[in-house]
Ligand binder design. Structure first.
Ligand SMILES: [Ca+2]
Length: 118
C-alpha cells in the first residue's frame, strides 16, 4: 500500500519521483514497465484501469477516464493533455511518477488525452 503525504504538492505538481525501491525496480502490480497506468479510482486500487503504451502515440482517454483520472502510475515517459478555455495544457510524465490522488481539482479532473511526448 502506498502511504503518500500530499503536503506541499501544488495543483500543477504532478511530477515527483517515487523513492527508489525494490518494488519499482522489479515487477510492479500497479503498472508494467513501459506503460502509463491510469485509474478511475484513487490509490490505484479501485475503479477501472487503462494501461497506455506511449509508443502507440496520441490517444483520447476512454470515457471512464475522461476528466476522471483519479490516480496514476507511470513506468514510461509521456504527456498528459487537457483542453481548457486557455487552450491545450500539458504535463510531462516520467518513469517513476505517480499520484495516488490526481482528481479533486488536480490535473486528472480535467485530463482528456495522452501522448508519447509533449
Ligand atoms: Ca477536459
Amino acid at each position: 500500500m502506498f502511504a503518500l503525504t500530499l503536503t506541499g504538492l501544488s495543483m500543477t505538481g504532478i511530477a515527483f519521483a517515487a523513492p527508489a525501491s525494490a518494488s519499482l525496480a522489479g515487477e510492479d502490480p500497479y503498472c508494467k514497465a513501459g506503460y502509463i497506468c491510469l485509474y478511475s479510482g484513487e490509490s490505484f486500487n479501485s475503479g477501472q484501469r487503462w494501461d497506455y503504451d506511449p509508443n502507440s502515440g496520441y490517444q483520447d482517454l476512454p470515457d471512464y477516464l475522461h476528466d476522471n483520472v483519479n490516480s496514476f502510475k507511470s513506468r514510461a515517459k509521456g504527456c498528459f493533455i487537457a483542453y481548457t478555455d486557455n487552450g491545450k495544457e500539458t504535463r510531462v510524465v516520467n518513469d517513476g511518477d505517480y499520484q495516488s490522488v490526481y482528481g479533486r481539482g488536480r490535473f486528472g479532473s480535467i485530463m482528456d488525452a495522452v501522448a508519447g511526448s509533449c
